[in-house]
Design a protein around this ligand. Structure first.
Ligand code: ADP
Ligand code: ADP
Ligand code: MG
Length: 540
């Protein structure tokens, strides 16, 4: 063991023992003997958006429960927890003291958007209108319906909403409250990029009203656009987490991508993560694997038209577009689950498909599940280095599939998809539930597998950093969400990004140090210049 946690952890034992000593006085909370320990807290600031960035299971939710007053930190004394007064006495003279004493004095009203919006229908019954009518403080129902685009769902029962719709309802309910501090635990899950940017603007407007705002967000392009300061959190999943001091958002994300915390002297990633500044040049000149000709599908209320296109052998095609424009429908047509009404998909191929919504009712362990898919592949050294390692599945092997968290299940589902011997791998929203680091590991794992095996992939996702890392080319979906979807491509990256980002009206610039893409402020000089020359993404 490493001295501080029971898990296999990423730090060298000696360093960790040293760390445990160094941080001893800064323990904020420990749930029980041998259970999760939290060190240090982020300090919210009025009129500022404080971002929290770090892996899953590392204390982010615990920290916001403490800042909101729901959990009184026990300072490590789980046997004999201190009172609020004792906690305040402990923090007297530190940065967190003024804030925490206001919380305990009842001077800070809290509004919180919880992480798992899927659970909303279980805790609240009824239709959207009734739920939102109760919280008309900062905003009227009409304003909220317009701001969050809820026209179509306002009279629907909560049990009939999709993930993205539940997210928008939960965000509306939170933002409608008149509070002093707003906590948003993963506000963009299930949303498309257009909705993510819109949500970011709404959250920014709260800070503009001089509120405290704290956000946990794993989509780095959105966090970058949204937050003022970011606290990075490091540690070991389920064992301990350490909050670092707030940094200006640009620096924080750059440090995160570099994988090295200078003041702590801690490396949490072997190599920095890099982005290609220019679009890949040259045609993909391998033979065609599949092509489709003017395929369409009519569900009555919704119709999808797919223009002609082809996927080449060895090509990884990213698929982008707003929610409800038919991306999943198209993937299901390729997987053979839905028959097109018109046109056809040509090419003989073996398919491996990871659906958007993953079923968890497999009876058995992760090991059983993966081995049943392809024993030889799963037990090979190749698969171990390419997939099991990068997706951190080893320590999940003996767990029951039923007991996995959302992020664990997603990683196992990706591995299961890649384990199968197929000509094309279809992955529908693989970044859902993953933290930023897991997203980047998954992107590298998928594209690495395609490169090494010469197979093709089609990957639907909303996270721009993920799409950038995983795709050789892009299919772009557009049209009228819920009514008529139009699919075009695959295009080469530059052309595809330009078409897609033009439709959502967002441009990106490049960070001077890391070359990572950064969303331009709407109407800024760069935004206007790039739009006028039609370079939405690869502009230098
Ligand atoms: P994050 O938000 O970073 O994913 P959490 O703060 O939710 O992390 O959880 C950190 C760790 O603390 C996890 O291992 C979780 O299982 C554990 N934990 C959370 N709440 C409790 C609790 N009430 N009692 C015991 N352990 C808990
Ligand atoms: P996306 O993946 O882009 O979010 P989907 O392909 O899941 O979009 O859905 C596109 C539209 O088609 C949605 O409005 C959805 O409600 C509708 N839809 C999907 N499947 C069916 C079906 N089997 N019958 C009727 N409508 C459907
Ligand atoms: Mg979908």
């Amino acid at each position: 063991g490493c001295g501080i946690c029971a898990n296999k952890c990423m730090f060298k034992a000696i360093k960790i023992i040293g760390l445990a000593d160094e941080l001893k006085d800064e323990m904020v909370n420990q749930y029980g003997e041998n259970s999760f320990r939290l060190y240090r807290l982020p300090v919210p600031k009025k009129g500022m958006i404080t971002g929290i960035l770090g892996p899953n299971g590392i204390g982010k939710t615990t920290a916001i429960n403490i800042l909101s007053g729901i959990v009184v930190p026990n300072l490590g004394n789980y046997d004999n927890p201190p009172t609020k007064e004792e906690v305040l006495a402990h923090y007297k003279g530190t940065d967190i003291y003024p804030y925490l004493s206001d919380v305990y004095a009842g001077k800070i009203k809290v509004a919180m958007k919880p992480q798992y919006v899927d659970k909303l229908p279980k805790v609240t019954k009824g239709v959207v209108r009734d739920l939102l009518s109760k919280t008309q403080e900062r905003m009227s129902l009409e304003e909220a319906v317009e701001t969050f685009g809820l026209e179509q769902v306002i009279d629907r029962d909560l049990t009939k909403l999709s993930g993205g719709e539940l997210q928008r309802v939960a965000m509306a309910a939170t933002c409608m409250k008149d509070a002093d501090i707003y906590f948003f635990d993963e506000p963009t899950s299930y949303l498309d990029i257009y909705q993510r940017v819109k949500m970011a603007r709404i959250i920014k407007s709260l800070a503009g009203e001089d509120k405290y705002v704290v956000v946990i967000e794993h989509d780095l392009a959105i966090l970058d656009y949204l937050a003022d300061n970011v606290n990075l959190v490091y540690g070991s999943e389920g064992a301990y987490g350490v909050f670092t001091l707030g940094r200006q958002v640009r620096t924080a994300i750059n440090v995160y991508l570099q994988g090295y915390l200078p003041e702590e002297n801690i490396r949490f990633r072997e190599r920095p993560i890099e982005f290609a500044v220019s679009a890949p040049s040259g045609e993909w000149d391998t033979p065609t694997l599949i092509d489709f000709e003017d395929v369409s599908k009519d569900f009555g209320e919704f119709k999808l038209d797919v223009n002609s296109g082809a996927v080449k052998i060895g090509e990884s095609v990213g698929v982008v577009g707003p929610n409800a424009t038919g991306k999943t429908t198209f993937v299901k047509m390729l997987a053979g689950e839905i028959k097109p009404d018109k046109g056809c998909v040509n090419g003989i191929m073996r398919i491996s498909y990871k659906p958007q919504y993953i079923s968890q009712d497999y009876d058995g362990t992760v090991q059983d599940y993966l081995c049943a898919i392809n024993y030889d592949q799963v037990t090979s050294g190749f698969f171990d280095t390419q997939v099991i390692g990068p997706l951190a599945i080893k320590f999940l092997m003996d767990k029951q599939m039923k007991n996995l968290s959302g992020g664990e299940l997603q990683r196992v589902a990706i591995a299961g998809c890649l384990a199968k011997d197929a000509d094309i791998y279809l992955l529908d929203e693989p970044s859902a539930y993953l933290d930023s680091n897991q997203r980047m590991e998954a992107a590298k794992c998928i594209s690495g597998m395609m490169e090494k095996t010469g197979r093709s992939a089609l990957i639907v996702d909303h996270d721009i950093y993920f799409i950038d890392m995983v795709s050789d080319s892009l299919m772009v979906f557009g049209g009228e969400p819920g009514h008529h979807g139009i699919a075009e491509g695959p295009y080469r990256m530059r052309e595809g990004m330009n078409k897609f980002l033009k439709s959502v009206d967002i441009t990106f610039r490049r960070d001077a140090d890391t070359h990572r893409p950064r969303i331009n402020k709407e109407g800024s000089n760069l935004d206007r210049t790039q739009k006028s020359v039609g370079e939405y993404y690869y502009a230098e």
